[in-house]
Ligand binder design. Structure first.
Ligand code: FAD
Length: 648
């Protein structure tokens, strides 16, 4: 049970039910617009929702192309990606150059001084900068996808938009949700926002962890908890806060395995007074705002993953043709050829997923929360595997740093850096495990809305009876629709040429997926949520089916421009993906899940500590989780431990 519901910022104790309820309350519950992803999980391949791919208007396209050309020139002539890596810092002239190109306001509407470009060009911009150094992609996306401009654009009042959006074109912003004790589970959020008696302001206290851009941000969006009081529901609330406000200190510049150039900090709020006009949305709506912002904001990570995969493809091609071992280029050995094939097919697949999702986002006719989440999950998992395969293809040189290679007189290829930089994508903006749960929740949403009360232990007999009647009607129509479909017709999807067979596969597999989801629900009912691996496989199958569909649609859209070669890449991607789908279906019911669960429990119970004999733990002493208290910083008079550089 929650024990703290006041202004205190001490650790909040929260049980599983409250954590679940908090996440549930923050969900967007309405489905007002069609969703390709949702239909797919219900066994319906609604290709008409993504084919033909929505286009953008010619004027924005021309402006987008012009911006991309300027950005490319800047990247090629003015940024040294290896310098960022070496110095673990993005130089001021690069930050300022990006500002003057308008790169901080790619998506900010023109009326507020931004470039007002479609999402597709935002993604292309991210792809360019992040291949120079992924820290640049993190800088721009932490600012634009989750930082101040996006929630203000989506949820701010007209006055707030006028006040903050023009600043966001020139100033860097950050998104502050995570705390030492709050990672995936926001119900534990402890930073407090206590309203003043006159209602004109709030006083914030708390500590925020891993704030990307937080070290040098000018404006931040902070999630803080307004305490419940008489006549006040309170709850997690979003605030825009000036980073120069008295009482804010940045206490550490965090260093990571990768993304060495990011300005990521620990930010402490001590009695920081924020005007009530800076609250975005109502009290208690903060988490919903954060999660809704992420729904489309999540597409920035797939952009950096697709870009990395394309770069891996280039290096794999150039290197594998050059390096000769055992009498032939390494790329001619079958074991390496299969890696090259995976990298090429996956790069195409990731670009297809990004392009389809981006165009859907721009068209703004569809609900794309499932597609964006699938794109994040899929892009980060495969982006990582692709980078790992590149390191393997490069052999010892894959493990050597670009600087060391260059110092020996060889081409300084940063393969190991890309692997390190890509690793975080599986963790932030929703870890893979959380994304699977989140998507699974959406995938079963229709079932819960028609039959949820039947399995809800809290529902009374009357509610259960009503739900049974409602569910009876729905399933009487839905279940028979899963038996046959276009995927069984030999000529189905004929206008896709050689790719038609893959869409027929998707059509059949999506019906099977829906049946399996239903079986899982029937078998475990309310306990289904504890079968995370089952749900995870359901989601992974959905991700593959979405990727196959996107790949076919994208290849078809490129047919005039690229001819057979796009179709060939798509065909290979689909074949590889289908193999993964077959394996995942097989693993739904043939797996080691039960045994693994009990083994893990025994590990946690300490049954196998003897296995840890004979090693040394090099960890530095300290508590697992740092302090999360309020009060002044231990380092008195600290403003910023990393002074902002000139011009920032
Ligand atoms: C480089 C970097 C930049 C970041 N930038 C920002 C930022 O700008 N703003 C911000 O607010 N945050 C930021 N974060 C925080 C990031 O979003 C979190 O790390 C992420 O949400 C995961 O939280 P956690 O690390 O506390 O993991 P935990 O929540 O402690 O999870 C630990 C592990 O358990 C798994 N897990 C947790 N709950 C469940 C569950 N219910 N079921 C199954 N598995 C579960 C997780 O997937 C993970 O594998 C950043 C982090 C890093 C490292």
């Amino acid at each position: 049970m929650a024990t703290v519901d006041s202004a205190s910022t001490e650790t909040r104790q929260v049980d599983a039910e409250e954590a679940r309820q908090t996440a549930e309350e923050a969900r967007e519950t309405k489905w007002d617009r069609p969703s390709f992803g949702k239909e797919l999980f219900l066994g319906r391949l609604r290709l008409d929702l993504i084919d033909p791919l929505p286009g953008s208007d010619p004027k924005s396209e021309a402006e987008g192309e012009e911006f991309i050309a300027r950005l490319r020139e800047f990247c090629e002539t003015k940024i040294d990606g290896q310098l960022i890596e070496r110095e673990s810092r993005i130089p001021d002239d690069v930050v300022n150059g990006l500002k003057s190109l308008g790169a901080l306001g790619i998506k900010i509407p023109k009326e507020y001084g931004g470039l007002g470009l479609p999402a597709v060009y935002y993604h292309r911009g991210l792809m360019l900068v992040s291949t120079v150094n992924p820290a640049l992609g993190a800088l721009l996306s932490a600012h634009q996808s989750i930082g101040v401009p996006q929630p203000v654009k989506m949820f701010g009042t007209e006055e707030q938009k006028k006040q903050f959006m023009p600043r966001c074109v020139n100033e860097i912003t950050a998104f502050l949700l995570t705390e030492p004790d709050v990672g995936s589970d926001p119900a534990r959020l402890a930073t407090s926002a206590v309203p003043s008696e006159d209602g004109n302001s709030y006083t914030l206290n708390g500590v925020k962890l891993w704030t990307t851009n937080g070290v040098f941000a000018d404006l931040v969006v902070v999630m803080a908890r307004v305490p419940k009081s008489e006549g006040r529901k309170g709850g997690i609330t979003a605030f825009v806060v000036d980073a120069d406000s008295p009482g804010i200190t940045v206490e550490n510049r965090n260093a990571f395995m990768g993304l060495r150039g990011i300005e990521n900090g620990v930010t402490r709020f001590h009695d920081v007074v924020v005007p009530a006009e800076n609250r975005i949305g109502k009290e208690g709506e903060g988490l919903k705002i954060a999660l809704t912002t992420l729904n489309t904001g999540r597409l920035s990570l797939p952009a950096t993953c697709a870009a990395a995969a394309k770069w891996c493809l280039k290096i794999a091609r150039e290197w594998s043709g050059q390096r000769v071992q055992w009498g032939q280029p390494v790329g001619a050995h079958e074991a390496i050829a299969s890696k090259i094939s995976y990298i090429a097919a996956t790069a195409f697949g990731l670009e297809a997923v990004l392009e389809v999702s981006g165009r859907l986002a721009d068209a703004d006719r569809h609900d794309i929360r499932i597609e964006a989440a699938l794109a994040k999950l899929y892009g980060s998992e495969h982006g990582w595997l692709v980078a790992d395969e590149l390191v393997q293809i490069r052999g010892g040189r894959g493990y050597e740093t670009a600087e060391s290679l260059a110092a020996r007189g060889e081409r300084g290829v940063p393969a190991e850096q890309v692997l390190r930089d890509m690793r975080i994508n599986r963790i932030f903006e929703g870890s893979t495990e959380i994304m699977r749960l989140l998507i699974a929740r959406e995938a079963v949403d229709t079932h819960l809305s028609v039959a949820g009360d039947i399995v809800d232990p809290k529902a009374d007999t009357k509610r259960k009876a009503r739900a049974a009647a409602k569910a009876g009607g729905f399933y009487a129509r839905w279940l028979p629709s899963l038996v046959t479909g276009k995927g069984q017709l030999p000529g189905g999807f004929g206008d896709y040429g050689p790719l038609a067979e893959h869409l027929r596969f998707v059509e059949r597999a999506s019906r099977k997926l829906a049946r399996q989801t239903f079986y899982g629900m029937s078998r475990w009912q309310a306990k289904l949520e504890h079968h995370q691996l089952y749900l995870g496989r359901i989601v992974d199958i959905g991700a593959e089916l979405f990727a196959i569909s996107a790949t076919c649609v994208y290849a078809k859209s490129l047919r005039d421009e690229r001819g057979d070669s796009a179709m060939e890449l798509a065909d290979s991607f689909c074949r590889q993906s289908r193999k993964r789908v077959d394996e995942l279906f097989e693993q739904l019911w043939h797996n080691t899940d039960a045994g693994d669960r009990s083994l893990a429990k025994k590990v946690l119970d300490g049954d196998y500590t003897w296995m840890e004999d004979g090693i040394i733990d090099p960890s530095i002493e300290g508590p697992w989780i740092g302090e999360n208290n309020s009060g002044p910083s231990k380092r008195e008079n600290l403003r910023r431990i990393v002074p902002p550089a000139n011009g920032r």
